[in-house]
Design a binder for this molecule. Structure first.
Ligand SMILES: Cc1cc2nc3c(=O)[nH]c(=O)nc-3n(C[C@H](O)[C@H](O)[C@H](O)COP(=O)(O)O)c2cc1C
Length: 188
């Protein structure tokens, strides 16, 4: 299984990575991690270069991330909630998915991926309230479409101000369920 973990947390040993590790520890395969706060990726400036040709005209670390996206079978979009949604840096990287949108709706030349692709959202939040992950879930629908992946579940740990993500009993249970869904989807 080829797993691409897009880490939207600025904290490499923080709650979000703890939660992601809980899931990846149950999966076999190769994991490549992009720490979005470490990469030099500019936000899409809507230059519309990708309306005319595939890829992205901006030469920065995103070029390597595009290769990783082509390689991956499982996408893990991991982020702390920052003001109710994915972190700013993860969204900066995701803005460069515009080339995929252009392939689908402007150039209309997008090929289907060679393999099935799945995706899981891994989200942490300091507080805890009803429906707190809804906004991020809505945004993630766009990310899934961009990378042509099917949703295989979401792993949440709310209330990290009081309880570490990897000690959250609901998250521990949910990680088991999602790992099983991933295996069924990618290994059947
Ligand atoms: C800029 C910023 C915005 C945040 N916004 C929210 C929020 O809207 N809701 C919430 O419950 N927690 C919020 N938090 C808390 C983080 O989501 C929480 O501490 C998270 O588990 C941190 O994960 P990390 O250790 O991987 O960075 C925010 C934290 C920061 C730094």
């Amino acid at each position: 299984m080829k797993i691409l973990l897009l880490n939207g947390s600025p904290n490499k040993n923080g709650q979000t990575i703890k939660l992601a590790d809980m899931l990846t520890g149950k999966l076999d395969g190769e994991i490549k991690t992009v720490h979005t706060y470490d990469v030099s990726v500019a936000a899409c400036t809507d230059c519309k270069g990708c309306f005319k040709r595939p890829g992205c005209a901006v030469e920065d670390d995103m070029q390597e991330i595009y290769d990783l996206i082509d390689w991956a079978e499982l996408f893990l979009f991991a982020s702390p909630l920052h003001f109710g949604t994915f972190s700013g840096k993860l969204m900066t990287v995701a803005s460069r998915f515009q080339t995929y949108w252009a392939a689908d709706y402007v150039r209309k030349d997008r090929a289907k991926p060679k393999n099935r692709r799945g995706s899981v959202n891994i989200l942490t939040a300091g507080a805890k309230w009803n429906n707190m992950f809804l906004l991020a879930e809505g945004v993630s629908a766009f990310l899934l479409g961009a990378v042509q992946a099917e949703p295989l579940g979401s792993l949440y740990a709310a209330g990290t101000d009081r309880l570490a993500a990897d000690e959250n009993p609901e998250a521990v249970k949910q990680a088991e369920v999602i790992a099983a869904s991933i295996k069924a989807f990618l290994c059947d």
